[in-house]
Write a protein that binds this ligand. Structure first.
Ligand code: G3I
Length: 455
């Protein structure tokens, strides 16, 4: 059964400053709905003949994660499970369990698979990277690996990212195990070996920061052109698209088109759009526009086969580990609530525009009194057209303030980050009702009003 949008408690936190009395931010949060209203993305994409994929972690493919992965996407990419270090951690000892699990799951749900990735400089087993190999040995190792892995899944994977990230930002070749040992020809050798192992799989070169026209994408363009001219099997280029909020390259469609004009397919293979945390409504709205711009750039070029997101939920994203303080990069939040980005993808794929939330709960922060080193503040949570059975309010102090005491809520502070949850007796906020909690704090220098989120 699909949860109707009206049943989902969409929460809006309205923050006002005590002194300025101006609304500082409007944050819209979903309250853990497992399903989004409307037609699933995979059906919208299929109607346009496009791929709408996601990277997945095999061990998570149950429960809500599995439901969303199967319901919304018509293609899966193993985020890590098919990398060399995953499948052959010690030489000659193979672990296909997670890769097989993803393949089986995809087949059970009528989803395409994108194999990722065969020849890369990262996530290789230490026996390989620490070994001392002659050029001939290295070439044989690479070809044997491709023959084994591609052969294992022959006829079952639509696509392989054969070579991953071969270029530096300036368009020169990245100095890797493969380039240093085999020269630039390792790319042609790898593609040729993959074609031999599974003639029906589409073979790609995949890289990041090649979404717009720039030195790196031009190097990739020139490589693909030369491979085509030499008759080396190459079917497509993958533009990873690990993007930063507000920085979708303006030349993306043009760039996709120039690859298409070479006679290869193009796929957006690892889309995510990261932002400085915490997220707020302005950032999430901007992110939605960015997602839509990427979708539209692909949809505008017939040889762009589709878009894969690099994890569909913020709880399964590589961003926070790699870019501390950044995140919220995927279309679903950590509780599997679809974000504005999700709806933007749906709209780009021709889905109906989702109506705005009918009800909202708001959290208003104010300083009620202030003296030389201390202050008293309060947060009022009010609902209209919506209701809460529990609540949590968070904010980050901007000037070193510290909570010393709170009432009618349990508050903790870690660094500048404060989280306050309802007490046992005031979690319920009925439609049309409100709850207020208070606190004392210390300050010095200034006492600016923080942006508050309600979840
Ligand atoms: O599996 C181990 C686990 O046993 C251990 O306890 C844990 C401790 O840190 O690490 C786990 O391995 C991590 C692995 O992801 C699986 O979660 C690695 O540390 C971590 O480095 C690895 O990160 C992956 C990253 O590639 C490595 O470069 C990300 O999940 C993965 O999303 C990311 O994907 C790449 C694409 O393949 C290529 N393009 C860029 C993209 C983002 O980096």
């Amino acid at each position: 059964m699909r949860t109707s949008r009206s049943l989902r408690a969409r929460l809006t936190a309205l923050v006002t400053g005590a002194a300025t009395a101006a609304a500082a931010a409007l944050l819209t949060l979903g309250a853990a709905p497992a399903q989004a209203a409307g037609t699933p993305l995979r059906d919208l994409a299929a109607a346009k003949g496009k791929v709408m994929g996601t990277a997945v972690t095999g061990s998570k493919l149950t429960g809500t994660y599995g439901e969303i992965a199967s319901r919304e996407f018509n293609a899966l990419t193993p985020g890590n499970a098919m990398k060399w270090g995953s499948v052959e951690p010690t030489r000659g000892n193979f672990d296909w369990a997670e890769a097989d699990r993803i393949v089986t799951f995809a087949e059970a749900h009528g989803q395409q698979l994108r194999g990722h990735t065969l020849v890369w400089h990262s996530q290789n087993p230490s026996w390989l990277t620490n070994g001392s190999w002659t050029s001939a040995e290295l070439g044989q190792l690479m070809k044997d690996h491709i023959a084994l892995e591609v052969g294992r899944y022959k006829g079952r994977l639509a696509t392989w990212d054969v070579v991953n990230e071969p270029f530096n930002e300036d368009g020169t070749y990245r100095q890797t195990l493969w380039y240093n040992g085999l020269g630039a020809d390792y790319i042609a050798q790898a593609l040729t070996a993959a074609r031999a192992a599974d003639p029906s799989a589409k073979l790609y070169i995949n890289d990041y920061n090649v979404e717009g026209v720039n030195a790196k994408s031009t190097a990739l363009y020139n490589l693909v052109k030369s491979l085509k001219e030499r008759g080396v099997p190459i079917d497509g280029v993958g533009l990873q698209a690990h993007l930063i909020l507000g920085q979708v390259p303006s030349t993306m469609q043009q760039n996709i088109q120039r690859f298409a004009d070479l006679g290869v397919d193009v796929a957006i293979t690892e889309l995510d759009i990261r932002m400085q945390l915490p997220a707020d409504s302005a950032k999430l709205t901007r992110q939605a526009a960015d997602y839509k711009a990427v979708m539209n750039a692909c949809l505008a070029v017939s040889r762009c086969v589709g878009v894969t997101v690099w994890g569909f939920t913020d709880s399964d994203s590589w961003i926070p580990d790699t870019f501390p303080g950044q995140g919220a990069a995927t279309p679903y939040d950590e509780n599997y609530a679809p974000k504005p980005a999700y709806h933007a993808i749906a709209e780009a794929l021709g889905g109906t525009t989702t109506p705005p939330p009918t009800g909202a709960c708001t959290a208003t922060y104010s300083v009620t009194s202030q003296w030389n080193t201390g202050f008293t503040g309060q947060v009022r949570i009010a609902c209209s057209g919506a209701a809460l059975s529990s609540w949590k309010v968070g904010w980050t102090f901007g000037a070193g303030q510290r909570i010393t005491q709170a009432w009618n809520a349990g508050c903790t502070q870690s660094g500048a980050a404060v989280t306050c949850s309802n007490a046992s007796y005031n979690g319920t906020v009925p439609d049309g009702g409100s709850v207020t909690f208070g606190f004392n704090g210390s300050w010095s220098g200034s006492n600016p009003v923080p942006t508050v989120s309600l979840g």
